[in-house]
Design a protein around this ligand. Structure first.
Ligand SMILES: Nc1ncnc2c1ncn2[C@@H]1O[C@H](COP(=O)(O)OP(=O)(O)OP(=O)(O)O)[C@@H](O)[C@H]1O
Ligand SMILES: [Mg+2]
Length: 356
């Protein structure tokens, strides 16, 4: 089982995202890409700040109208947590972090909400894992900054209303589809983060090189790393760290294009960022099932892999780069995948895929 993959988008134990010089940008200027989202946020932040100080047409300060609640969704490693920190910093407020699973009972939410000062940001990671019971507590908090809690039990039970300070909720999730419609509708700004272009990833890598003290790394090297990063900054930074280690031990710290290839080749990562597990999966469909269509469970059984793992961590990227097609009759290899693997391609396939 491949639990630790170099090209996994989810955090890995070797990432040290919180240790050493942090690669996490902490201001809007340093946050690369996602331009449309940043523009929306910049406007909202500026407007909220102006309202708070009364710097608006009527001159009346409205500190009770903080930044609207923000919902960020998208694949792992694209910068949702980072952006929550950036927003709090730009607003000049504190960020309090919790997560869906950590909010097991209504009381957990009350505890978090009562810690907030006016304008603070409450960040709930994996918000799709918040229990339904807690979700109901959060509606009045999001709308009117109050919470209804039940105290005592039995015949003495009564509801007390607790007021909390005006705050901004930032929810992050990789599975927006699992969020209930009422919860989703209470966010003022909802945005899907997209995979990064190679150009954006190169800019991110540039900054990371600077932070890590890697000087004079050629553009071609960064290009090679970004091509292998699956559109994901977390992966880009992880590959860069691996390249840095390799250069330090084998090449007196000098990073060259061929060194990038050797270092990442050693880890089984090819020029598109596919690793052994990806290639195994594609080859199984190609050779054992003649290119498909074949059911996911069948492929998983052949590979002795867990079908959930394949669906969550292997297929999304292969679908995104057009190496895999999901048809009603099962998974099929595409021509691009066959070419990448150097496998003969039967043109009749194309028709079958369109037929579905
Ligand atoms: N826009 C960006 N500019 C520069 N670096 C970025 C950007 N987005 C993400 N990163 C880098 O990628 C790393 C991972 O980002 P982050 O932890 O914010 O992802 P996430 O979307 O919260 O992932 P998850 O869904 O796993 O929680 C960060 O530590 C940072 O180094
Ligand atoms: Mg995160």
């Amino acid at each position: 089982m491949a639990t630790e993959r170099l090209i996994a988008a989810t955090p890995q134990t070797t990432d040290q995202e919180w240790a050493g010089p942090t690669l996490r940008p902490d201001s809007m200027d340093e946050y690369i890409g996602q331009a449309d989202l940043l523009e929306k946020l910049e406007i909202a932040i500026e407007a909220a700040k102006a309202r708070a100080t009364g710097n608006v047409a009527d001159g009346i300060a409205r500190p009770h109208e903080p930044l609207e609640h923000v919902l960020l969704h998208g694949p792992p490693g694209l910068g949702k947590t980072t952006l929550a920190h950036v927003i709090a910093r730009e607003m000049g407020t504190k960020l309090i972090t919790t997560s869906g699973p950590a909010l097991a009972r209504g009381n957990d939410l009350v505890a978090a909400l009562t810690r907030l000062q006016p304008g603070d940001v409450l960040f709930i990671d994996e918000i799709h894992r918040m229990p339904i019971a807690v979700e109901e507590f959060i509606y009045p908090a999001m709308e009117d900054f109050k919470i209804d809690v039940t105290v005592d039990t039995g015949m003495h039970a009564r509801t007390v209303q607790i007021k909390c300070k005006p705050f901004t909720l930032i929810g992050a999730t990789t599975r927006a589809g699992l969020l209930s419609a009422p919860l989703r509708s209470r966010f003022g700004i909802t945005h899907h983060l997209r995979y990064y272009s190679r150009d954006d990833l190169r800019v991110i890598l540039h900054r990371s090189c600077r932070v890590m003290g890697l000087l004079a790394v050629e553009e071609a090297c960064l290009e090679a790393i970004s091509a292998r990063s699956r559109g994901t900054p977390r992966i880009a930074n992880r590959l860069l760290r691996r390249v840095r280690d390799f250069a330090q031990v084998r090449a007196k710290g000098v990073v060259s294009e061929s060194l990038v290839e050797t270092a990442l080749g050693l880890e089984g990562v090819d020029e598109l960022g596919l690793d052994d597990l990806d290639r195994n999966y594609l080859r199984t469909i190609a050779t054992v099932y003649d290119g498909g269509p074949v059911g996911l469970e069948t492929v998983a059984a052949t590979m002795n892999e867990d079908s959930g793992t394949l669906e969550d961590v292997v297929e999304p990227y292969l679908l995104q780069i057009g190496f895999l097609a999901r048809t009603r009759r099962g998974r099929m290899l595409t021509r691009a995948a066959a070419e990448h693997l150097g496998i003969a391609w039967n043109p009749e396939r194309e028709g079958e895929m369109l037929g579905g």
